[in-house]
Ligand binder design. Structure first.
Ligand SMILES: NC(=O)c1ccc[n+]([C@@H]2O[C@H](COP(=O)([O-])OP(=O)(O)OC[C@H]3O[C@@H](n4cnc5c(N)ncnc54)[C@H](OP(=O)(O)O)[C@@H]3O)[C@@H](O)[C@H]2O)c1
Length: 273
């Protein structure tokens, strides 16, 4: 992970606007980008178009963090990045190779399993995908691997069985579920970086509360900045996918301009307790 990374720009749901918005995010100063080889929600190829223009103009590939995901067939539409008849190892490698092509790069900083096959356990197919990803780490094609949309049962199973341990967990983070406390704590204890998404939209009651509004006024920032800073201070790496260029710049800049005190952190942490 690049030391300077405090925020990831996510590219979901942007369709044909992806190229323009990734270009704007690079200009705004974002150095980390999240995508998935899942045309239903992400356009890696358009993100790659934006990256290529910057690479051609001198942007150093090693100065940015690129993360993508392998998505099981249940999460895809008809535009598959692999042959559905192939083994899970072959599917993982096909998806990965097409990601590299889409992004105009020869390695990924991070590669995630988008989600496990079942909500209550990890099956052999998931472990086969993981082992294929471990092979990519061993070959130097991927720096770190991780998991998304998982619960504590999945995380413990992957962590216990893995030869290459997960470095990232990317989850939707709900304040009314104690900010995904169990998974987040496990990550903190095991040197796994927790990436939180939907920090605003999953937590409207917190984001739009008087309490958070008062804190934001104190530091002359927005309530969104307070939520992102809170996530950062409790040891999460937040994602934003804003399409608003002003917010893109201000969210990225403001997060470094203030520090919540312990009382404010615990007020947000324990919002629903
Ligand atoms: N692993 C997964 O399954 C998964 C699932 C969902 C998301 N993600 C990742 O996480 C990224 C971020 O997604 P997200 O769910 O956190 O939502 P988001 O894309 O950051 O934002 C969702 C909504 O919130 C608004 N918004 C964002 N920032 C705002 C701000 N500062 N002030 C006011 N409104 C704001 C956006 O409107 P504007 O565009 O107008 O700002 C948009 O309507 C995605 O792009 C994707 O990379 C991963």
């Amino acid at each position: 992970m690049l030391d300077s990374v405090s925020f990831i720009y996510g590219t979901a749901w942007k369709k044909e606007e992806t190229e323009r918005l990734v270009n704007e995010a690079i200009k705004a100063g974002f150095k980390s980008f999240d995508t998935a080889n899942q045309k239903k929600h992400y356009r890696e190829d358009y993100m790659g178009n934006a990256l290529k223009k910057h690479f051609d103009n001198g942007l150093d590939r090693n100065s940015i963090f690129l993360q993508s995901k392998f998505t099981h067939i249940q999460g895809q539409d008809h535009r598959l990045p692999y042959n559905p008849e192939d083994s899970f190892t072959e599917k993982t490698l096909s998806s990965f190779n097409s990601t590299l092509k889409n992004l105009h790069t020869d390695y990924l900083d991070s590669f995630l399993i988008h989600g496990p096959s079942y909500s209550d356990h990890v099956c052999d197919d998931d472990m086969e995908v993981w082992q294929a990803m471990e092979g990519l780490v061993q070959k130097g094609k991927v720096k770190k691997i991780g998991l998304s949309n998982i619960n504590i049962i999945h995380l413990k199973k992957f962590y216990d069985e893995a030869e290459v341990k997960p470095s990232f967990v990317q989850n939707r983070c709900y304040a009314n579920r104690a900010w995904d406390h169990e998974v987040h704590e496990y990550c903190l204890k095991n040197n796994i970086t927790y990436q939180g998404f939907s920090l605003l939209t999953a937590n409207q009651d917190v984001w739009h509360s008087d309490k958070v509004s008062n804190i934001s006024k104190k530091y002359n920032v927005t309530p969104a900045d307070v939520i992102y800073k809170f996530a950062n201070q409790i040891g999460m790496l937040p994602l934003t996918g804003t399409t608003n260029i002003t917010r893109m710049k201000s969210n990225l800049t403001n997060i470094d301009t203030f520090e919540l005190n312990d009382e404010e952190v615990s007020l947000i942490k324990n919002f629903f307790l």
